[in-house]
Design a protein around this ligand. Structure first.
Ligand SMILES: Nc1ncnc2c1ncn2[C@@H]1O[C@H](COP(=O)(O)OP(=O)(O)OP(=O)(O)O)[C@@H](O)[C@H]1O
Ligand SMILES: Nc1nc2c(ncn2[C@@H]2O[C@H](COP(=O)(O)O)[C@@H](O)[C@H]2O)c(=O)[nH]1
Length: 228
């Protein structure tokens, strides 16, 4: 496992390779919300400010929006290719959302986690339920709410990347999506992006310090106690 590089989980006295080195398996930070509440916006900000978290790039059969880049925003697949990945177990979770297929490629996530990196997911409640069954201990689930229904519609419209029909379809599903908020650990009302980002970073920092996530802690404490 890679040596920890941040003071967030390197205790005082930690030296690379030393017995008291603390490492941890990465955690899986899930963001869900009704469409347009701000997951993509917050994810980009978090990724720009935290170099220990990696985005899970989903596969989808939805067509690219203007400006979206294949391999960065999504891997855009044909339905046949998506089905092949799903049927060969290459997806950690998958769901049909707004009539398109979406899924999380397994390999990249497993590699990142075992290297001690955290992974950020922008997925819906169906995918979150599936991850909860397979990776409950690693999962941190955050649900974003818009401040008002009017704000949500305005955000979908000002994003200006979807047709009126698509905006209408997404608004009509928002209430159902929101009904799943009770399945999440944390709720952020995304009024102000800077404020939401600060809260998201605080959640991440606290979750990284959870005792059960730290490997090597028992040895560290043993060494410490022996030296007393
Ligand atoms: N706190 C905020 N205040 C005002 N506008 C916001 C806020 N957060 C995001 N937005 C804007 O709302 C629009 C939708 O945001 P974004 O694309 O991040 O939503 P999303 O949850 O990722 O949507 P989807 O589920 O459809 O992918 C964007 O134009 C974004 O700039
Ligand atoms: N279960 C999954 N849901 C996903 C995945 N990737 C994205 N999504 C969710 O789909 C909707 C629509 O996204 P959009 O980019 O078309 O606006 C949104 O709720 C995403 O969170 C995935 O891999 N699995």
């Amino acid at each position: 496992m890679a040596a920890p590089t941040s003071s967030h989980f390197a205790l005082p006295g930690w030296k690379p390779g030393s017995r008291s080195g603390l490492a941890r398996r990465g955690l899986m930070l899930v963001l869900s919300s009704p469409s347009g509440a701000g997951k993509t916006t917050l994810s980009r900000r978090l990724l720009a400010e935290d170099d220990r978290i990696t985005m899970s790039v989903s596969v989808t059969t939805r067509p690219p929006r203007p400006g979206e880049v294949d391999g960065k925003d999504y891997f855009f697949l044909t339905p046949d290719r998506f089905t092949e990945m799903r049927d060969t177990g290459a997806l950690l979770e998958h769901a049909t959302v707004f009539g398109n297929f979406y899924g999380t490629p397994r390999e990249a996530v497993e590699e990142a986690l075992s290297a001690g990196r955290d992974v950020l997911f922008d997925i819906d409640w169906q995918g979150t339920q599936q991850l909860d069954q397979s990776a409950q201990q690693d999962l941190v689930k955050v649900f974003l709410l818009p401040p008002t229904a009017g704000d949500l519609e305005k955000r979908l419209r000002t994003r200006a990347q979807d047709s009126d029909e698509v905006v209408h379809q997404r608004m009509s599903k928002a209430s159902d999506e929101i009904s799943h908020y009770t399945e999440y650990d944390y709720i952020l009302i995304n009024q102000d992006v800077d404020d939401s980002l600060a809260k998201l970073k605080a959640i991440l920092q606290a979750e990284r310090l959870k005792r059960r996530r730290l490997t090597g802690l028992a040895d560290f404490v043993k060494d410490l106690r022996e030296a007393l």
